[in-house]
Design a protein. Sequence first.
Length: 417
Amino acid sequence: MEKKYKEYTVDELLQDDYFISSILHPTQESREFWDFLIQSGNLSAQDFEEAAFFIEVVNSRKEKLLRKEKEALWSKIEIENKSSLKKKIRTLYAACFSAVACVFILLGVSFYFFYESNRQGDNMIDMIAAFKKEKNVQPGSEICLVLSDNKQMRFEEDNTDVKYDDKGEIKVNSQTVMEGNKDKKAVDNKEEKEATVTYNQLIVPKGKHSTLLLSDGTKLWVNAGSHVIFPVSFKGDKREIYVDGEVFLDVTRNEGNPFVVKTDRMAVEVLGTSFNVKSYGNEKTDDVVLVTGSVHVRTETGRKAELIPNQRFRCTSTGDVDIQTVDVYDYISWKDGLLQYKKERLSVILQRLSDYYGKPIRWEPELERLTCSGKLDLKDDMEKILNGLTKMIPVKFVKQDDCYYFSVTPLNSKPME
């Protein structure tokens, strides 16, 4: 029997009844069988793990994936085009259906969700949102542009300007890093025929920042510690991207093709407007702040809202929703190299500075009760800004091993110079 599986690929494993049954209902015999194939060199361990991960995740799709599982899965699955995803899902659906009835019951709902999502033009964004980003990018690392063939381009600059045009050309800081096709008409005809969508990723670590011009003319300002997944060119009746982090968007208006920003907790749909989205996976809230136009927001729990300019929409990890009128510049000043705040908790300000500059800041619990108002010039050196804070509020800091530790200053003490 083992000869049958010699050099099986992921796709072939996903079509095999015995493999699917072994993953969903493992026995001692099946474990020994697959272990023997892998150890004898007749089956790739990597292909086995990828196929097994895919089946396990689809089987548990009705439950939220743990963060660790998301990151592990993302490292296993390469972002592919729309037609490839459809083919793999249909293949796995058919294989599971032919295996046993219980397998169909377990997976049927999940496959219906995936298939309908893609059939209606939602392409891979829902899948991406479930699988999350490839890996955490540590402070001080480079800005990374990941192309659809998994090729990575890294840039040491603190700020990059990435531009895509409708011919497929990519420029970074005015330098062409990928040539486009000058015969735009031929490209369009070929792409319409193939009906495929390819995705790139922009990973901006803490301490770095970037702008991103998409092929439709929409511009994004990408804040530190953010991850954006986007099509090289938009097709179909929607323009969709995925964001983990913070971006300000100036969306090119297109009445027939709404623009959708998806995060782990919500989807924001617009026609053409400017707004800010903040959705860090390690934070308890997601924010949408509208500057111009209008947006429709839908949370993962089904809550919906339509915003008007100067409103902030906030949803929490528990599903709570709050809409308030705000000074929008408090939320978008970061894109201009400023940090403006009013009666903001000091801990929030320190965390924003830590992310922006890519340097760790820690503080005593007592600082949580302190608030302050003002405006910081983020073009200044971070220590200059921190020293400025000690003159405004009763706190002090010390630096140890490149980490800044803040504590409350006793009333009879002088601020640190």
